[in-house]
Design a protein around this ligand. Sequence first.
Ligand SMILES: NC(=O)c1ccc[n+]([C@@H]2O[C@H](COP(=O)([O-])OP(=O)(O)OC[C@H]3O[C@@H](n4cnc5c(N)ncnc54)[C@H](O)[C@@H]3O)[C@@H](O)[C@H]2O)c1
Length: 346
Amino acid sequence: MKDKIRFAMLGCGRIAAAHFKALSENGDRCEVTAVCDSDIERAKEASAATGARAYSSYDEMLKDGGFDAVIITTPSGLHPEQGIKAAKAGCHVVTEKPMGLSLESVDELIHTCDRENKHLFVVKQNRLCQSMQLLKHAIDLNRFGRIYFSQVNVFWTRPQDYYDAAKWRGTWEFDGGAFMNQASHYIDLMYWLVGEVDYVEAITGTLARKIETEDTGAAILRFRNGAIGSINVTMLAYNKNFEGSVTILGEKGSVKIGGKSLNNVEHWEFADYNDDDKIIIDSNYNLLNQNISQHGAYYKNVLDVLEGKSKEPVTDGRSGRKAMELILAINKSAREGSKIPLPLEK
Ligand SMILES: NC(=O)c1ccc[n+]([C@@H]2O[C@H](COP(=O)([O-])OP(=O)(O)OC[C@H]3O[C@@H](n4cnc5c(N)ncnc54)[C@H](O)[C@@H]3O)[C@@H](O)[C@H]2O)c1
């Protein structure tokens, strides 16, 4: 039997649970051999659940080795330096989004992985949910004709308690704000679906939470293909998350996907029929019934690449950098009150 791919986990907090579940869904192909958290109790809990060795020191975990890749699920501002260490220690890198908070640091991560001949995966599991795969397929088949307009709305609730629960949340140094942290998947989807952005203008504000970064904002974009885009984000929706949506309007089609996890097809209409339309109708406009978690689907691709069965990561470092650069441009526009062209100058 072929050896399993061995992973080490760095950071055993909230999202680490989704990774452990995803890894166990792919348990015939991979295992977790080491876990590390600066809070040793969290590392011990993860160790008890997985049987992996527990560490509170990342350097010690790297020194002992015994894994092929490091999964980074620590506060966002730490991802680049921790990824660089992993690559230099001879490991592939799987980093949670956002991959970092400055272009300089993520470029160093990308170039270090290139030099060390290691893969760099940025976790963008939402690209793999069925609604987004069908939407991307419709775009690739040119079913929309020219795309005129696209919008993402992220109307969620993050109470003050959420920010107070971990010191890094809501800081510029480690979190990056509502666009960078909570909305980054949706912004990544917009780039992935519609393409390169020419320029952006934005207004953001810290309207209610006691945090450094913004809790609310709106951005308008001009894409290189001429389309116009709008990104609307707040963490202040009353009482509960109520919308996370992607809308694409084109010459020959209109689609809006919403629901809590992009599962609800609110509108799906094209001039010409395609068999994909039947999948939407048969699902009763709700695509939630998948037998694997989104992180689980993401790891299938990671494993395919590490086993040499696929050359194409769902999101590599360069692709992950795009959404980050766009969000940095949004922040810069809001700060300076001006239109910001892309690519950003470093
Ligand atoms: N893909 C997604 O949908 C998704 C969802 C939630 C969070 N995330 C991302 O995952 C990352 C972590 O978020 P979270 O909500 O799990 O945060 P968290 O605060 O719950 O967990 C972070 C963990 O990292 C540990 N840590 C901090 N510094 C460390 C260090 N130097 N060495 C080792 N461990 C360290 C903390 O003790 C904590 O246990 C963030 O980048 C976030 O943006 C992604």
